[in-house]
Design a protein around this ligand. Sequence first.
Ligand SMILES: C[S@@+](CC[C@H](N)C(=O)[O-])C[C@H]1O[C@@H](n2cnc3c(N)ncnc32)[C@H](O)[C@@H]1O
Length: 178
Amino acid sequence: MQISAHQGQQIGLLARTIGARLAIEVGTFTGYSSLCIAERCPPTASSNAATSAPNGRRSRGAIGRRPAGRADRAHHRARHPDARPAADAGLAGKVDLAFIDADKESYDAYYERCLKLVRSGGLILVDNVLWGGSVIDPADNDADTKAIRALNAKLKADDRIDLALFAVGDGMTCALKR
Ligand SMILES: C[S@@+](CC[C@H](N)C(=O)[O-])C[C@H]1O[C@@H](n2cnc3c(N)ncnc32)[C@H](O)[C@@H]1O
């Protein structure tokens, strides 16, 4: 479920390129992609990761928490029963980078929340936007495929961002907030 080292390198470089200090991840799993971001941020940076723990116990994200040498940069907190970042936590317009990689049916809601949180000139990265190629298969209409297809079309016409599709892994959208 985690991104490849190759994609991690690209995300890290993007974070460094925009001088990211505050990042949000939606969908953490073991925290690998969070670490790829954290290790390219200055020591005083912080990240907020949201992932789910339906039964309230610690989420998988906790497994990858705080390996040696990165404790100072990654502050993982499970925020909500679902992965939606708290849009009103005083972060609006302050986040440098958001990485969306959780349940696909909620992608549009995550995107809109992250767009509120991310500053102008900040980045929103959305993973799995090719969904194994299903997005171009007209016969494939399952809920995840339809959700990703709809978001792809929306972002293409969205004048709040500048857009590029990175053909890395399962496809990653890179949206620069205007
Ligand atoms: C693809 S994995 C994330 C991988 C991670 N970004 C990486 O590359 O290292 C997706 C994660 O999203 C979480 N997730 C899926 N649906 C969720 C939901 N509705 N709310 C919160 N988290 C969810 C899963 O538990 C899993 O940890």
